[in-house]
Design a protein around this ligand. Structure first.
Ligand SMILES: *[C@@H]1O[C@H](CO)[C@@H](O)[C@H](O)[C@H]1NC(C)=O
Ligand SMILES: *[C@@H]1O[C@H](CO)[C@@H](O)[C@H](O)[C@H]1NC(C)=O
Ligand SMILES: *[C@@H]1O[C@H](CO)[C@@H](O)[C@H](O)[C@H]1NC(C)=O
Ligand SMILES: *[C@@H]1O[C@H](CO)[C@@H](O)[C@H](O)[C@H]1NC(C)=O
Ligand SMILES: *[C@@H]1O[C@H](CO)[C@@H](O)[C@H](O)[C@H]1NC(C)=O
Ligand SMILES: *[C@@H]1O[C@H](CO)[C@@H](O)[C@H](O)[C@H]1NC(C)=O
Length: 336
């Protein structure tokens, strides 16, 4: 603690001795434009001098960096600019960092009259995301908090965007903390955090949010199949995590490979395949879809030729359409 304070005091006293009136009073101080540099770049601080100048110095706040050509600071990043015009007394700060920001003063002594030029060094730092929430998996209805911490100078703005599973990209809100209450399945997807402060291209990172929800059967296709043909009953359920399926005929559970049926599961679709439909196969089947969030079922009828089914107001079955087409063709033929 003692040493830096002592050094500082000494610097100050020296400055007062060599350059009475340091720092100069506002009357003889000249404020130049601010110097704006990016973190890591070099800053050149220029000071104009003329032949009448007897003593010159550059100060960082109240610490002397250079007095004439003599280096006072121990900071290796501060160098005196060489090969400059005689009328210029400039220093260079290499690899500028945020703590270098502040006022720098060039003090010159002309005919015993001190004068100073003050420059304000402003350090810019591109926006950067320093910490972001981990991917989360939650159940529908839960609350979640997402965090995206960003640094930069000037202070970056943080924006959240949502990319839904269906590919819709939408603005959600501003700020480092995003709170989602009673989350729905539509709110799953990736959340993009964009931090920007116009110093460079924005920094972007994403968090994946998975919302678990119980299955709901979106398609339960009822089909007509004649005896002796291959028959397929199809059941489609959306669910997260992916659903497991079970098939029943009335109360009897059906198993893959038994009783001439095969159960084929492909993600959200389950198919009950009959290798060779027989009369006994016709009837009412139930597709059950389940995951850890819940269970649901739908009934699907396998019917033969002649049976006209219109389940759930669905469109005519392919078989029915075929029969109709045939009838129309026959009528056509009879007419002519
Ligand atoms: C220089 O920067 C300071 C501090 O950020 C600010 O108060 C002042 O208005 C700026 N001056 C100019 C000329 O930009
Ligand atoms: C300027 O002074 C500040 C505060 O004492 C210090 O942190 C910084 O390193 C100094 N920069 C230079 C270039 O001397
Ligand atoms: C990010 O933030 C979390 C929560 O505040 C903290 O536990 C974690 O250590 C942070 N990670 C980093 C790299 O700072
Ligand atoms: C389907 O089953 C019937 C009666 O069991 C049989 O006569 C016929 O050959 C079978 N067809 C095929 C393609 O296996
Ligand atoms: C099929 O069975 C389900 C219940 O298992 C019943 O609700 C439905 O009405 C039945 N459908 C037909 C066409 O009989
Ligand atoms: C289908 O769902 C109904 C009502 O949710 C239930 O009563 C029935 O037992 C279920 N059927 C099967 C085979 O799981």
């Amino acid at each position: 603690m003692y040493k830096p304070v002592c050094f500082f005091m000494l610097s100050w006293l020296f400055a007062m001795l060599i350059f009475p009136g340091v720092p100069a009073r506002s009357g003889d101080s000249l404020l130049k434009d601010n110097i704006t540099v990016r973190q890591g770049d070099s800053a050149v601080l220029k000071c104009s001098v003329d032949s009448k100048v007897t003593r010159v110095a550059w100060l960082n706040r109240t610490t002397i960096l250079f007095a004439g050509s003599e280096k006072w600071t121990l900071d290796p990043r501060v160098v005196l600019m060489e090969n400059t015009p005689v009328s210029e007394y400039s220093i260079k700060i290499l690899s500028v960092d945020v703590h270098d920001e502040g006022p720098y003063v060039c003090t010159i002594l002309t005919n015993k009259k001190p004068k100073s030029t003050k420059v304000h060094l402003i350090v810019q730092v591109p926006a950067r995301i320093t910490n972001i929430s981990q991917a989360v998996t939650v159940n529908e209805g839960s609350n979640i908090n997402l965090m995206c911490l960003a640094i930069g100078r000037p202070e970056p703005s943080v924006v959240w965007k949502h990319h839904s599973v269906r590919g819709v990209r939408k603005f959600v809100m501003d700020g480092e903390h995003l709170e989602l209450r009673a989350i729905t399945k539509e709110q799953s997807g990736s959340y993009e955090c964009i931090a920007s402060n116009d110093i460079s291209t924005p920094d972007t990172r994403t968090v994946q949010v998975i919302v678990n929800y119980p299955p709901s059967i979106s398609k339960a296709r009822t089909t007509g199949t004649p005896v002796g043909q291959k028959g397929v009953l199809q059941c489609e359920a959306s669910a997260v995590p992916r659903p497991d399926f079970e098939w029943y005929k009335e109360d009897r559970r059906l198993f893959n490979g038994l009783n001439g049926v095969k159960i084929e599961n492909q993600g959200k679709i389950s198919m009950l395949v009959f290798f060779n439909v027989s009369e006994e196969d016709y009837g009412n089947y139930t597709c059950v879809a389940m995951n850890k969030m819940g269970i649901t079922n739908a009934s699907i009828i396998l019917y033969g030729p002649g049976a006209m089914h219109d389940v759930n107001g669905a469109a005519l079955s392919p078989y029915c359409a075929q029969s109709l087409a045939l009838t129309v063709t026959l009528l056509h033929l009879l007419k002519f």
